[in-house]
Structure formats: structure tokens, C-alpha cells
Design a binder for this molecule. Structure first.
Ligand code: R5P
Length: 314
């Protein structure tokens, strides 16, 4: 690992930043990212960063606007402190679902956020399972978009060894992810054809693929209200699935999502720690978190040593 590497943690997911730091054996750089009394964000890097290869770890999860502003201001502090290179490590990239115009006079907020991050002065971005891979193209700087397979697949293989499993995409948009994961473990796939009649309300239409007497493992990038997964689970059970489990990268879990999932047909759900767990998630008996720290840590190490990232997934 390059000896001028420095890790700076924002406040959005301190536990993950600490786990990355211990994976790399590299202490977090002392920094104070705090609020003035009027709630303006202020960032002060308390160690020299001149000429250093710096990585700011900050998910732009809830509260998205505060966490985004923290990221931008920390980047600015590093740039003005003469860091040699600044990489924004954004395990969960908020606003990603606003990646196209959904109607007249609506924004493409994911592009605006990409512009803001670039304007703040980063040299590159490291993120995970972007809602749409094309968001990489919203940046004109290098973006490494890690996939979750090295974390989720070994767990799936261990937990369901010898069982008849089907990997399920809960909507058509996620079919590519489900297919790619299924291919690696030689499993069948199914897809839920979902129609959203009204914004924020999801409705399951029908299941494409044979799920009867199988253990269905739904894979998705985001669980927010939980509506998509709970409805999909009910549809799978109605089609004769033996049991339904879920593996989701980013546990947004807003509102009453945890309670909704706990009382649904989903037996067990695994999420990653790209978003800091709420108390409801921590005490949930249905939801379990797997850490992406080793994967992020390894990617950071490879970036600092100018080594291939894609080799991590072969
Ligand atoms: C949609 O395209 C995403 O992949 C997720 O399925 C969606 O964001 C989940 O939202 P919710 O949990 O609110 O249904």
C-alpha cells in the first residue's frame, strides 16, 4: 500500500470508515467535520495532507443533503490543503434514482450531484452498486463502481448449500444484476414484472420463471419503503415458492420499512453496511448486515497502488 495514503471519514457512516481503516491497518486521519450554531457545515483536516493520496469515505444517505454537503466541504478542505489526489469513496450514492427526466420540467438530480462532486475538486470516485451503471457517465473523471457479488455470493452459497435456489429480481430493471449473480453460482433466475400505478406505490404483476418448491432469493440494489420486496415476496409465495429470502445492497429502509419487512413473507434479509444501521435494523431479527469494508478497503489499496480493480471480481 502506498505510504502517502490517507483516509478521512465523514459523519455519515463512521463504523464503516473504521472497519475500512482496520482492514487497511491505516488509522483515520484526524479531522473535525462539524456544524456551526446555524447548522452550516465546517470541515477541518487536523493533519498535513500536502502531496497525499486522500480518500474521503462518506455515504450520501439520510440525511442526504447534509451528508452531501459534508462530502463537498471536506473535499474542498483537502483541495485547499494541497492533497495530491482526492478520491470520494461513496459507498451509497444518494439521488441515484433520479437518473433521468420522469416528466416535463423535472430534474436529473443524479447528474447535478455528479457535477457538484466534480466541481468540489475530486480526482476520482469509488462507489458500490450504482442504481444505474450509466451514472458513471455523469462524471468525466474515473469512477469505480464495485459489485456486491464477492460479499453476497459466498454467504448465499454457504447458507443454502444443497438447496434448490432461484435468484429473483423483484423488478425488470434489476434482471441484469440477478442474472450476473446467478451465473456465478449456476442458479436459475426469475423476474417479477412489476407495474407502478402511482409514484411510491408498487404493485406486483406476475412472476416470470419457475419458482415452485424453490427457495427464492431476491436480489436488489436498494430497499427503501420495502414495498417492492414485500409485494414480490407475496407473489413468489403465491406461485409456490418454499421460502423467500432477500439480499439487498443498500438498506435505505425509510419510514416503517423494517416493521413492514418483518411482518412480510420475507424470512430473512441480508443488507450491506453501505448505509449506517438504524436502531430498528440493529435489533431486527429478520435483517442482518454484512460488511463491505474488506471490498472497499481492497479497492482503496489497489487504487493507491495503481493496480487493477476489475481483477477483484474475476
Ligand atoms: C428500483 O428500481 C430499485 O431497484 C428498488 O427496487 C426500489 O428503489 C426499492 O424501493 P422500495 O423499497 O421503496 O419499494
Amino acid at each position: 500500500m502506498s505510504k502517502d495514503l490517507q483516509l478521512i471519514a465523514g459523519n455519515s457512516n463512521r463504523l464503516l470508515a473504521e472497519a475500512v481503516s482496520s482492514y487497511l491497518g491505516q488509522p483515520l486521519t484526524k479531522a473535525s467535520i462539524r456544524r456551526f450554531s446555524d447548522m452550516e457545515v465546517f470541515a477541518e483536516i487536523l493533519e498535513n495532507v500536502r502531496g497525499k493520496d486522500t480518500f474521503v469515505i462518506q455515504s450520501t444517505s439520510y440525511p442526504a443533503n447534509d451528508n452531501l454537503m459534508e462530502l463537498l466541504i471536506t473535499i474542498d478542505a483537502l483541495r485547499r490543503g494541497s492533497a495530491r489526489r482526492i478520491t470520494a469513496v461513496i459507498p451509497y450514492f444518494g439521488y441515484a434514482r433520479q437518473d433521468r427526466k420522469t416528466g416535463g420540467r423535472t430534474p436529473i438530480s443524479a447528474k447535478l450531484v455528479a457535477n457538484l462532486i466534480t466541481a468540489a475538486g475530486v480526482d476520482r470516485v469509488l462507489t458500490m452498486e450504482l442504481h444505474a451503471g450509466q451514472i458513471q457517465g455523469f462524471f468525466d473523471i474515473p469512477v469505480d463502481n464495485l459489485v456486491i457479488s464477492p460479499i453476497f455470493l459466498p454467504d448465499i452459497e454457504k447458507r443454502f448449500k444443497g438447496e434448490k435456489i432461484v435468484l429473483v429480481s423483484p423488478d425488470v430493471g434489476g434482471a441484469v444484476r440477478a442474472r450476473a449473480m446467478a451465473k456465478r453460482i449456476d442458479a436459475d433466475i426469475a423476474i417479477i414484472d412489476k407495474r407502478r400505478e402511482q409514484a411510491g406505490v408498487s404493485e406486483v404483476m406476475h412472476v416470470i420463471g419457475d419458482v415452485r418448491d424453490s427457495i427464492c432469493i431476491m436480489v436488489d440494489d436498494i430497499v427503501d419503503s420495502g414495498g417492492t420486496l414485500c409485494n414480490a415476496a407475496a407473489a413468489l409465495k403465491a406461485k409456490g415458492a418454499k421460502a423467500v429470502h432477500a439480499y439487498v445492497v443498500h438498506g435505505v429502509l425509510s419510514g416503517g420499512a423494517v416493521a413492514r419487512i418483518s411482518s412480510s413473507e420475507i424470512e430473512h434479509m441480508v443488507i450491506s453496511d453501505t448505509i449506517s444501521a438504524t436502531e430498528a435494523v440493529r435489533v431486527s431479527e429478520t435483517i442482518e448486515q454484512l460488511s463491505v469494508a474488506p471490498l472497499l478497503g481492497e479497492a482503496i489499496k489497489r487504487i493507491s497502488e495503481e493496480q487493477s480493480i476489475s481483477a477483484l471480481f474475476n
